[in-house]
Design a protein around this ligand. Structure first.
Ligand SMILES: [Zn+2]
Ligand SMILES: [Zn+2]
Length: 328
């Protein structure tokens, strides 16, 4: 079968939500142009921005880096990755793939070990939690500390935007979770031009937010990314609300392809009507322990609160203790 777009080359991909059979080249350019359109629509960044790509090392961040390298000046791109230190889950091989792609294009990769940042690896924190009977999921620790470190490093180094590799599936799961919680503010915050309530936050944007996870996987495969099926071991043990929603959305999408894309478009239009509502909100207060911003009405940030709950008094954060993997 020939590609329905160019009519020249053989189709190798069936794009489910459009029902189109596409060749390698037309599929890749379709994904890139949709990402570019989303970047322009929300003015996620402009030519003068310095972009810090937060990379987990998985296929999503590899694809994000590949696309951004095609759309932005490489001398204004950096990559940061946080190595959590989870027993039996070695991410260094994944980081190595991202490093190669980055370095070939003259881009630095900064690697920060959680152990060097807070003095404990994620596994050590989780075990500390077990011993103290603290009922906080490993994903919470991991997410909170990673976000904090990435924001601090990007700000220190003068990056003006942080790019994360969340895809359409991730974004819709987050939307459903916020709807279930009845949290309108967080729903509006999901918009790439949503409110930022502290000058200490570097704006985070998700250029892949309209690309299905399956499409990201196909793209990764087509550009030669070799998969390695290592899932975080903590995910299995702590089935979250997110995992249940993911399962459910997957079924709906399978029955009616395009559902997730339609939903996010509708929610985007709806949330856009509320964006201006938050412009005059006051600056967020700062954590009395570490000085970073925290939510209204709070004295401590999530990170300081979580670490204190584990019995780590006066937590300190060493964000300068990272490794710089530069092009040779
Ligand atoms: Zn084609
Ligand atoms: Zn704090």
């Amino acid at each position: 079968m020939k590609c329905v777009v160019c009519g020249l080359r053989d189709a190798v991909v069936m794009q489910k939500h459009t029902g189109r059979a596409l060749c390698r080249e037309c599929f890749i350019s379709d994904v890139i142009s949709r990402v570019e359109k989303e970047i322009m629509r929300f003015r996620m960044f402009s030519d003068s921005d310095r972009l810090m790509i937060a990379a987990s090392g998985g296929k999503d961040s590899y694809v994000l880096l590949d696309i951004i390298l095609r759309l932005h000046d490489p001398s204004k791109i950096g990559v940061v990755t946080i190595v959590e230190g989870i027993e039996g889950y070695n991410r260094l091989e994944d980081v190595e793939k991202v490093r190669k792609l980055a370095n070939v294009n003259g881009v630095d990769v900064l690697v920060l070990n959680l152990k060097n940042y807070v003095g404990y690896s994620l596994t050590e924190l989780v075990n500390l939690g077990f011993s103290k009977n603290v009922k906080i999921s490993p994903c919470t620790f991991c997410g909170v500390l990673r976000r904090k470190a990435i924001n601090e490093i990007a700000r220190d180094l003068g990056f003006t935007k942080v790019l994360t590799a969340h895809n359409l599936d991730d974004e819709v799961q987050t939307i459903i979770m916020n709807i279930l919680r009845g949290d309108l503010f967080r729903l509006v915050q999901i918009l790439p031009n949503g409110p930022i309530l502290s000058k200490f936050f570097v704006r985070k944007v998700k250029p892949l937010r309209k690309i299905y996870e399956e499409e990201v996987a196909i793209y990764a495969h087509l550009i030669g990314y070799e998969f390695q099926t290592t899932d975080c071991p903590y995910l299995r043990h702590f089935p979250s609300l997110r995992a249940k929603i993911r399962e459910y959305l997957y079924k709906i999408e399978k029955e009616k392809p395009g559902t997730l894309l339609n939903l996010i478009e509708r929610i985007d239009s709806l949330s856009s009507m509320y964006v201006n509502h938050y412009v005059n909100y006051p600056e967020l207060p700062r954590c009395v322990m570490c000085g970073e911003p925290t939510a209204y009405g709070r004295n401590y940030c999530m990170a300081c609160e979580l670490l204190t709950a584990l019995g780590i008094s006066n937590p300190s954060y060493n964000r300068n203790n990272y490794l710089r993997l530069a092009p040779s």
